[in-house]
Design a protein around this ligand. Structure first.
Ligand code: SF4
Length: 350
């Protein structure tokens, strides 16, 4: 099929099926950028909420640049991958400082921004400036691999180049932005990972996967992510109705967020005795007056490469302990940015 014919069919489908989303009504690069970064983390319905929250709190890129990092993390809470929120904030500061708060207006210049990769640069260049540049996200990988019968492993390094070339070839000269929106939407709604709606598909006749019954095998993604189990034993120290919370400073997950003093173990702990006997249990605590009040159920929290198994040991504590944390009231604890795991625990506590 010739490229304009392909694109006309695609955008014809888009006209009828597209969802009405706020970032599709603007060519302002700032909200487009926000939406793309947020949507890399989550589904559209949940992303919409975060998009509105961010735009409400920070209507311009300068507002975001001048925001307190803690506040940005707090707003991001629940989306995971907190390094993305920190990068978002840092990139806003670079745009404010080095670009006078005006986004670079081409794909190649956008790519020079720290924290902006080819996908995001492509999305901004296409949707804000209508530059003729392809965008390849997970949806596009799926659509192209199925229609054109491409069996290259999409997690492999040659895949980006190969799929970008195909995406570039079918990109029309006129209105490439709508074409890019359309192919991503087509992957999200019609050519879905499971049960694609082939019966009503406008590409049924051309589609390799349909003709060969290979929808379940395409796209090929071989790399298996190795998942590591981690066991978190949280000491929830309670004093006068306040809880001791600490800011995570280590280069690890959740950097900059708040949780409780933590003892991490390689296997689950058997009980209170093994917790207190653990080398990392703070010996200063034992000298003080403390009373164990409760132990929680085990919370399972899944991240992309890790499975966290968390247990919370609530301890009433009357003495002093020189730790890096502060005792926070319920209201104060609500205001600090926290991993969703901690938020869930606190929610069940109250
Ligand atoms: S025929 Fe099925 S697999 Fe092929 S593009 Fe359409 S929805 Fe996707």
């Amino acid at each position: 099929m010739e490229k304009n014919q392909f694109s006309n069919r695609l955008t014809g489908w888009y006209d009828t099926h597209k969802r009405d989303l706020p970032w599709r009504h603007t060519t302002n690069p700032y909200p487009i950028w926000l939406s793309e970064v947020i949507l890399q983390q989550t589904r559209v319905d949940q992303g919409l909420e975060y998009y509105k929250k961010f735009l409400n709190a920070y209507p311009t890129v300068s507002d975001l640049a001048q925001a307190d990092e803690q506040e940005v993390l707090r707003l991001w809470q629940g989306l995971g991958y907190y390094s993305r929120a920190r990068n978002l904030h840092k990139t806003a500061q670079i745009i404010e400082k080095n670009y006078n708060s005006i986004f670079p207006d081409s794909y190649s210049e956008l790519l020079k921004l720290k924290g902006v990769g080819s996908y995001t640069a492509g999305a901004i260049a296409s949707f804000a400036y209508n530059e003729r540049v392809p965008i390849v996200d997970g949806n596009v990988f799926r659509v192209l691999s199925r229609i054109f019968g491409v069996f290259t492993d999409i997690a492999s390094s040659p895949a980006q180049k190969e799929f970008r070339e195909i995406a570039q070839e079918i990109l029309p000269d006129k209105d490439p932005a709508t074409h890019n929106q359309a192919i991503m939407e087509f992957g999200a709604l019609q050519c879905t990972p499971k049960n694609p709606d082939c019966e009503t598909c406008p590409f049924q006749e051309q589609c390799y996967a349909f003709a060969h019954g290979k929808q379940g095998e395409l796209p090929v993604k071989k790399k298996k992510v190795k998942v590591r189990d981690r066991y978190f034993n949280y000491l929830v120290l309670e004093q006068n109705g306040k809880l001791l919370m600490q800011k995570r400073e280590k280069k690890d997950i959740w950097e900059g967020l708040y949780d409780f003093p933590l003892i991490e173990t390689k296997t689950p702990l058997e009980g209170l005795e093994s917790l207190m006997a653990h080398d990392d249990f703070p010996k200063e605590l034992i000298k003080n007056h403390l009373a164990f009040k409760d132990v929680s159920k085990t919370y399972k929290h899944i991240l992309s490469h890790q499975r966290i198994w968390a247990t919370f040991w609530t301890i009433s504590f009357e003495g002093n302990w020189e730790s890096a944390g502060d005792f926070l009231s319920k209201k104060e604890s609500e205001q600090v940015p926290k991993p969703i795991l901690i938020d869930n625990f606190l929610g069940e506590l109250n």
